[in-house]
Design a protein around this ligand. Structure first.
Ligand code: NAP
Ligand code: MG
Length: 501
């Protein structure tokens, strides 16, 4: 039996009494069929604060048998109701209620979110806003999902129904758990599906608190089940489960391929939001100050742990040196620190494994001959998984640090000659999630946007999200689109009804 966590030490400086109350209220259980239950195995795992390596809480470790129970509950809630049988207007009301509860619990959710993955409290606040807006946006959809009538023979009346898919298994990563969970749940609930959600074990506390708010909003039992656990066990049980109709996955491309393989036996619907190695292209004629601000945010924001991080920064030769100097200055301005420490602008990476992985990439960059313009090692803190914001120059597109997703605060800066060279190098990757273009030449901006093989292209900005715009990847960055009307297609199926008059 593990000792009870020393919550005050682990949660260092959290201000909301409700944060401490939540963390102290015993081991965190699984949400199955509207009840909070321990894992059938009785096992728990430790949820760690990455800024000080202390244990925040013990969490029930879901296994295959817990996933089975959760899928059973989701199936019953789907088939017997009430969820898929509710009036669309009523689904809207539930989702608005969740959005409202998120706003009313803002401080606690922001703190838990930051404690979970180490992000400075500002980052946690941003995710609460995003979570609220996701539920609000998707609350608008239930009443706007239409079927069609189709021109037919005079004695026929043919129409389509757009119906939910059924039980959705949803698997998410740790880099923005409140937003990832809200995103996945809002998609499924607005379209009338039921859910078994497996958060990443590194950052699941805020997702469990969100589960409590869903129950407070009155979401009927079995509609949303939350089962934290380890990927190869709970995640694999969910993605292989014969009674799951759809799997929606966000995570690495490697795991995404496993999910797709697992879907084959029962031909599940699958949607995949995967990794990236996105090019951020700065032409010499651009607003360099703006480009610098966004380029720095694009790679150092959330400690580089963003699927859409602009991790390959291509700079036109003429302004290369000036730009690098500016980017190094931006890196210097960052203050590494714990979530609630005054002035912290960059938190640690999420875990020891991730820390070693990112430092391993930094060493690979050095060994392959890239020049470390700044950073290049762990942070000065004696504890916590800190990495210095790092800028590599002299990078070639065939180096490991330019090909593989690092998921840390490590920028690879590469020079380019002209438009063709920028497009060629930008597209020279197995990924295709996002891209950025900086230029004052409007026609070049649009031409390059068309040529880049990426699901999202930002012109003279970066990382702008809008839930009314589709989000997803080209190439090995994913399948399907989240947000917007496109996501509604992904969570529904079409039935053709033929009526002889
Ligand atoms: P990951 O290792 O692929 O894990 C993602 C999720 O999958 C976790 O919940 C993980 O559980 C689970 N998992 C692991 N192995 C599994 C298996 N065999 N079967 C089923 N589930 C399994 O990714 P990560 O390192 O946590 O997250 C970072 C990655 O996510 C990056 O590649 C990033 O680009 C990507 N990402 C993409 C988007 C997007 O929208 N495109 C957004 C955010 C992040 P455990 O954690 O318990 O192992
Ligand atoms: Mg954690």
């Amino acid at each position: 039996m593990a000792a009870a966590p020393k919550v005050e030490i682990a949660a260092q400086g959290a201000k909301s009494p409700r944060t401490l109350e939540f963390l102290k209220s015993g081991p965190k259980n699984l949400l199955i069929n509207g009840k909070w239950v321990p894992a059938k195995s009785g096992k728990t795992f430790e949820s760690i604060n990455p800024a000080n390596e202390e244990v925040l809480a013990l969490v029930a470790e879901g296994g295959k048998e817990d996933i089975d129970e959760a899928v059973k509950a989701a199936r019953a809630a789907f088939e017997e109701g009430p969820w898929s049988k509710l009036r669309p207007h009523d689904r809207t009301k539930y989702l608005l209620k969740v959005a409202d509860l998120i706003e009313r619990n803002r401080e606690e959710l922001a703190e838990l979110s930051s404690l979970d993955n180490g992000a400075p409290i500002m980052g946690g606040q941003g995710l609460v806003t995003a979570a609220n807006e996701l539920f609000t946006y998707f609350a608008g959809w239930p009443t706007k999902i239409y079927g069609e009538t189709s021109p037919s023979a005079p004695d026929m009346f043919n129409y389509t129904l757009r119906e939910p898919i059924g039980v959705c298994g949803q698997i998410i990563p740790w880099n923005g758990p409140l937003m990832s969970a809200s995103n996945k749940l809002a998609h499924a609930l607005s379209t009338g599906n039921t859910v078994v959600l497996k958060p990443a074990e590194q950052a699941c506390l805020v997702v469990l608190r969100l589960g409590e708010l869903l129950m407070e909003a009155g979401i009927p039992e079995g509609v949303v089940n939350i089962v934290p656990g380890f990927g190869p066990v709970a995640g694999a049980a969910l993605s292989n489960h014969p009674d799951v109709d759809k799997v929606a996955f966000t995570g690495s491309t490697t795991t995404g391929k496993e999910i797709l393989k697992a879907s084959v036996a029962t031909l599940k619907h699958v949607s995949l939001e995967l990794g990236g190695k996105s090019p951020h292209i700065i032409f010499a004629d651009s607003d360099l100050e703006g480009a610098l601000n966004y380029a720095a945010m694009g790679i150092f924001g959330n400690t580089g742990q963003a699927c859409i991080a602009g991790s390959r920064i291509f700079v036109q030769e003429k302004v290369h040196d000036q730009f690098v100097e500016g980017l190094v200055n931006k890196a210097k301005q960052h203050k590494l620190g714990a979530q609630f420490e005054a002035g912290t602008t960059m938190g640690p990476v999420v875990s020891k494994v991730q820390h070693q992985r990112v430092l391993g990439y930094i060493n690979a960059g050095k060994q392959e001959g890239a020049h470390t313009a700044i950073g290049g090692g762990p942070g000065p803190q004696p504890r916590g998984f800190f990495v210095q914001p790092t800028v590599f120059t002299g990078v070639r597109n065939d180096m490991k640090i330019a090909r593989e997703e690092i998921f840390g605060p490590v920028a690879a800066v590469l020079p380019f000659k002209d438009e063709n060279d920028a497009v060629f190098q930008g597209n020279d990757t197995t990924y295709g999630l996002a891209a950025g273009i900086w230029t004052r030449d409007i026609s070049r901006a649009h031409k390059v946007a068309r040529k880049l093989k990426a699901g999202m292209v930002w012109i003279n900005c970066y990382m702008v999200l809008d839930f009314a715009m589709p989000f997803g990847g080209y190439k090995q960055s994913g399948q399907g689109r989240e947000f917007s009307n496109h996501s509604i297609d992904m969570y529904t199926q079409v039935k053709s009804v033929f009526v002889k008059l």
